[in-house]
Design a protein around this ligand. Structure first.
Ligand SMILES: Nc1nc2c(c(=O)[nH]1)N[C@H]1C(S)=C(S)[C@@H](COP(=O)(O)OP(=O)(O)OC[C@H]3O[C@@H](n4cnc5c(N)ncnc54)[C@H](O)[C@@H]3O)O[C@H]1N2
Ligand code: MOO
Length: 429
């Protein structure tokens, strides 16, 4: 059966949603820092307002609201440090106040110390003697340099919605609200297995005709980066009976997904296809290159995905089908940015397939990296995007615009950034 990328993507997302049991798993409650990179399982309301009380934005003088209009010489009262609760401010006095300190009752604004005469705080002994005076300008706008209680968020408001991905900023907000631990969605568990008699574990010696297993590392790394929890099954050869036993030994509830690579196309020894011949697993052909051959279904009720064995096909399958499905179901990982870029050179495609070429994106332009073949791991490792050449496109020329999905960091020329900053500062001067 031949499908589009969108059709197969929907099938994978549906499979995980309805058969993995993930939506019924209980949330985990974690201390904030352990929740980094996880998605919130529930809305979190702010238990306190931020700021919790009116406070000063500057080191300076708190001035009574009746004393803001005219320039005046005011008697200096005791200093208000951050963390203390000050007495009410009397008309005709100015209270030295530090950044973050609670505003006294009656204060209408804060004048920074730099605008006072003298522009330094008086010694405490002078203040205690009642002799200290300060001259302050008139025309002070009401609420100048006052941070109002609740101006960031009011107590009871939703601080973060269920599903929010928790990065440093979100965790910082929760900490500021006094929240110590949060309910997060559980990790999505994947059992990963690679097939093929020719595949050997990296680190050992390579017998003639064999290759090192790239897929386990490639997919495990991609899954970990996407927030999943991975168990490696270990390498399985080309014997369907061994693979059937391995499938039969997977206990219900032990994993949300079984993911294999290899053994699903048209060869004489397609171990996954043979092991699952009498199952409900579908073997289909997606109009995509690389990653055309795909398998999906359930094994003993557990979702199963079979990715093709070629490493680039496997990772492209992950990017196009599994990663988006994980995002939809678990809230992590964040979706990949999709941009338009200008081609630096011509590129040819297969007209009846959506081709995904590896590209290097930088400064709005994208260069093709390597050929279309799905064994080209070195080119994959030099790339930072997948370039979309949809069905119906046979060739594009230099200067044409093309859609890309960013999969890695975009290189920045540090000198180019300095040039831009310098040009901007010269323009503004
Ligand atoms: N007659 C046809 N042959 C092939 C077709 C086709 O339509 N007709 N499709 C080709 C395409 S496209 C792909 S993709 C592959 C998919 O093959 P399988 O999923 O059955 O994978 P294998 O045959 O087991 O392996 C393919 C390739 O990948 C290497 N491989 C496998 N596992 C690993 C691993 N863990 N690490 C690194 N490399 C691995 C394996 O040695 C093969 O070279 O089929 C085409 N053939
Ligand atoms: O579809 Mo295969 O994945 O082109 O090499």
């Amino acid at each position: 059966m031949r499908r589009t990328i969108a059709e197969h993507g929907a099938a994978v997302a549906g499979l995980l949603r309805w058969s993995s049991g993930y939506p019924d798993d209980a949330p985990e409650v974690l201390p904030l820092i352990a929740a980094l990179g996880r998605a919130l399982a529930e809305d979190v309301h702010a238990p306190v307002s931020l700021p919790p009380f009116d406070n000063s934005q500057m080191d300076g003088y708190a001035v009574h609201s009746a004393d803001l209009a005219e320039p005046s010489s005011l008697r200096v009262t005791a200093a208000i440090a951050a963390g203390s609760v000050p007495p009410a401010l009397e008309i005709g006095t100015a209270a030295p106040i530090m950044t973050g300190a609670m505003l006294p009752d009656g204060a209408g604004a804060v004048v920074p110390i730099e605008r006072a005469v003298p522009a330094q705080f008086h010694p405490a002994a002078e203040v205690a003697g009642g002799q200290a005076q300060v001259q302050l300008p008139g025309g002070i706008p009401p609420a100048q340099f006052v941070r109002r209680a609740g101006s960031d968020i009011a107590a009871g408001q939703i601080a973060l919605e269920s599903g929010t991905l928790l990065g440093p900023a979100q965790l910082g907000l929760l900490a500021a609200c006094g929240v110590g631990e949060v309910p997060v969605r559980p990790r999505f568990r994947v059992l990963l297995l690679s097939t093929g008699d020719e595949v050997a574990a990296p680190g050992g010696t390579l017998a003639p005709g064999t290759i090192y297993d790239a897929n386990t590392t490639l997919l495990e790394a991609a899954l970990l980066e996407a927030g999943a929890e991975v168990t490696r099954h270990g390498l399985l050869g080309d014997d369907p009976a061994v693979l059937r036993d391995a499938f039969a030994a997977i206990s219900a509830g032990s994993t949300h997904l079984v993911l294999s690579t290899g053994g699903i196309s048209q060869g004489a020894y397609e171990v996954v296809k043979q092991a699952l011949a009498d199952s409900s697993v579908e073997f289909s052909s997606v109009a995509m290159q690389p990653g055309g051959p795909q398998a999906h279904g359930t094994i003993s009720g557990i979702p199963f995905l079979g990715f093709p064995g070629n490493p680039v096909s496997a990772i492209v399958s992950f990017e196009m089908f599994l990663r988006p499905a994980l995002h939809q179901l678990t809230g992590i990982p964040a979706p990949r940015p999709v941009l338009e870029a200008v081609l630096t050179g011509g590129v040819e495609s297969v007209e009846n397939k959506h081709q995904l070429r590896r590209g290097l994106y930088r400064d709005g332009r994208v260069a093709v990296v390597g050929g279309p073949d799905s064994h080209l791991l070195h080119a994959l490792a030099q790339s930072n995007c997948l370039m979309h050449l949809p069905e119906g496109v046979a060739a594009l020329q230099e200067g044409d615009r093309v859609e890309i999905t960013l999969t890695g960091p975009v290189p920045v020329d540090p000198f180019a950034v300095v040039d831009v900053l310098l040009t901007e500062s010269l323009d503004n001067s």
